[in-house]
Write a protein that binds this ligand. Structure first.
Ligand code: S3P
Length: 262
C-alpha cells in the first residue's frame, strides 16, 4: 500500500469509530428519555447539560482544532435533543393564548431544550407580507391577516415535531383549531390580566390593544375569547409567577399525561 492509501485507510477507521460512537450515543439518548419518562423524573435537567459542557471544555483544553471540534459537539448535542423530542412527541406542539401569555418566550425555550424548529406565525406572516402586523391591519384589514393565519396553519400540516406559536386571535376561527388538531396538541398558555398587562405595556406591535393598554380592557377581551380558547385547548398551563423552565416542564409532563389518557 502506498502512503496515501495507508492514510486513507486510517481515516476510514476513524470514521467508523465516530459512526459507531454516534449510533451508540443516540441509542443511549433514547434510553435516557425513556427511563426519565418511565420513572416519572423531570425531563428537563439543565444542570446536567451544563456539567456536560464543562466536562467537554476541560477535555478540549490545549488540544488542536478546538473551535471545529466544539461546533461538531454542539451539533451532536442538538441532534440528541431532537432525537429525544421525537421520542416524546410525534406531533406539533401548538401554543395558543392571549397576547403576552408567553407563547413566543416558551417557544424559544422549547427550541433551546429540544432543538425543535419554531414557527412563529406572526413573524412569518409579517416577513411574507413585507410589513409589520400593525401595518397589515392598517393597510389590508383584520380579515386579510386572519386569512393569512389560516393559510399558514394549513401549510403546517405537512410538518411535524415543531413548535407552532400562534397569534392570540388564531383560535377564534373554528377552522384554524381544526387545522391545529390534525397533527398537533394544543397548549393554552394563560395568565391573569394583571400579568398580561405587565408583559405587554411597553410593546407597540399589537394593534388590537395599542390604544387600550389597561387591565379592564385586557380582562374584557380575554373574557370574550375564553370560551374559544378553552374549546381549542388540549391542556392548559397557568404561567403567572413561574420560570420558563418550570412552565416547559409542566407543559411536557401535561402532554405526556394527555397522551397516556388518550
Ligand atoms: C392578536 C395577537 C397578536 C397578533 C395580532 C392579533 C390577537 O399576536 O397576532 O396583533 O388577536 O390577539 P400575539 O398574541 O403573539 O401578541
Amino acid at each position: 500500500m502506498d502512503k496515501l492509501e495507508t492514510l486513507r485507510e486510517a481515516l476510514n477507521q476513524c470514521d467508523e469509530v465516530i459512526l459507531n460512537g454516534l449510533l451508540m450515543r443516540n441509542r443511549i439518548a433514547e434510553d435516557i428519555i425513556a427511563y426519565k419518562q418511565a420513572a416519572g423524573l423531570p425531563i428537563l435537567q439543565p444542570e446536567q447539560e451544563a456539567k456536560q459542557q464543562e466536562w467537554f471544555r476541560a477535555k478540549l483544553q490545549g488540544k488542536s482544532h478546538q473551535s471545529e471540534i466544539a461546533s461538531v459537539f454542539e451539533q451532536i448535542l442538538d441532534s440528541s435533543k431532537r432525537i429525544q423530542a421525537d421520542k416524546l412527541f410525534d406531533y406539533n406542539i401548538v401554543l395558543i393564548g392571549f397576547m403576552g401569555a408567553g407563547k413566543s418566550t416558551i417557544s424559544r425555550t422549547l427550541s433551546t431544550v429540544f432543538a425543535m424548529h419554531v414557527i412563529e406565525m406572526d413573524q412569518i406572516i409579517a416577513e411574507r407580507e413585507g410589513m409589520s402586523i400593525s401595518d397589515i391591519f392598517e393597510v389590508h384589514g383584520e380579515e386579510y391577516f386572519r386569512d393569512a393565519e389560516t393559510n399558514l396553519l394549513i401549510e403546517m400540516q405537512s410538518r411535524k415535531n415543531m413548535v407552532i406559536s400562534c397569534g392570540g386571535g388564531t383560535p377564534m376561527r373554528a377552522c384554524n383549531v381544526a387545522e391545529m388538531k390534525k397533527n398537533g396538541r394544543v397548549v393554552l398558555l394563560n395568565a391573569t390580566p394583571e400579568t398580561i398587562y405587565e408583559r405587554v405595556k411597553d410593546s407597540h406591535n399589537r394593534p388590537l390593544i395599542e390604544n387600550n393598554k389597561n387591565v379592564p380592557f385586557i380582562a374584557d377581551l380575554m373574557e370574550k375569547r375564553w370560551e374559544k380558547y378553552m374549546a381549542a385547548a388540549d391542556i392548559i398551563i397557568q404561567t403567572d409567577g413561574k420560570t420558563e423552565m418550570e412552565i416547559c416542564e409542566e407543559l411536557i409532563q401535561s402532554l405526556l399525561a394527555f397522551d397516556t389518557k388518550e
